[in-house]
Design a protein around this ligand. Structure first.
Ligand code: HEC
Length: 208
């Protein structure tokens, strides 16, 4: 008859080792519970559509985390990258030299037609921005991207977002092409503040 279990015997003879083993399991369980609690309460809600430069810097962006609005917004960029702009906009360039006059005229037009959604500084935070999905683009950031060539901007502003199901209005029947170019000049100048006396702008301020 077998009377001794070698495994039980080994544990029985090393109670100190067993205690350390149990302690390690306990610590692992506590650590796991702590990390699970942190994950269960994210600081920001998942998959918000809002542009969030801080989130972008934290490197949390990627197709897997994109909300529906973000996908619609990206559709415009992807269409441009794969197909370019429609023929009537291809190769178009701003006929205006950047000057204080052109930039301030563009600024007035921007304040009247664009700021409501895109915000006075192009940060996507205009008065009605929160009611739109996808949210208005961060034009201050877009204008620094290689994609933001003249033809791309003219196309986006003229045709709006109908093809992509967004609230970006088409301006080709609202503004003359010249006015759209002036707005583009204003964007390129970095959306200088128009809130005070806009005649304060001078050619040195906007020279590039
Ligand atoms: C009613 C709100 C609204 C108004 C007014 C508006 N926009 Fe937009 N705009 C949007 C939204 C929403 C988007 C993001 C979705 C998209 O790209 O279609 C957008 C996108 C854009 C884009 C493309 C951005 C990108 O990521 O490529 C440009 C350029 C733009 N707007 C410029 C303008 C200009 C210039 C004006 C004024 C002449 C203007 N918008 C007026 C809502 C608006």
């Amino acid at each position: 008859m077998v009377t001794s279990n070698p495994i039980r015997d080994r544990h029985a003879t090393t109670p100190g080792g067993m205690a350390v083993f149990l302690l390690l399991i306990f610590i692992a369980a506590v650590l796991y519970a702590a990390s699970a609690t942190t994950q269960a309460q994210p600081a920001t809600p998942c998959c918000s559509d809002r542009w969030d430069p801080a989130r972008e810097q934290r490197g949390h962006w990627g197709p897997g985390r994109m909300g529906e609005g973000q996908r619609q917004r990206m559709a415009r960029h992807w269409t441009f990258m794969h197909e370019g702009v429609p023929a009537e906009y291809a190769g178009q360039e701003n006929p205006f030299e950047s000057s204080a006059d052109v930039v301030s005229e563009g600024g007035q037009l921007y304040a009247t037609h664009c700021a409501l959604c895109h915000g006075s500084e192009g940060l996507g935070d205009g008065l009605i921005a929160n009611s739109l999905s996808p949210s208005p683009a961060l034009l201050a950031r877009l204008i620094q991207m290689p994609m933001a060539v003249d033809a791309y901007l003219l196309w986006s502003i003229s045709e709006g977002g109908q093809a992509f199901g967004t609230d970006m209005p088409a301006f080709k029947d609202v503004l003359s092409e010249e006015d759209i170019w002036k707005i583009i000049s204003y964007l390129r100048a970095g959306l200088p503040s128009m809130s005070e006396d806009s005649s304060g702008l001078n050619d040195q301020d906007i020279a590039r």
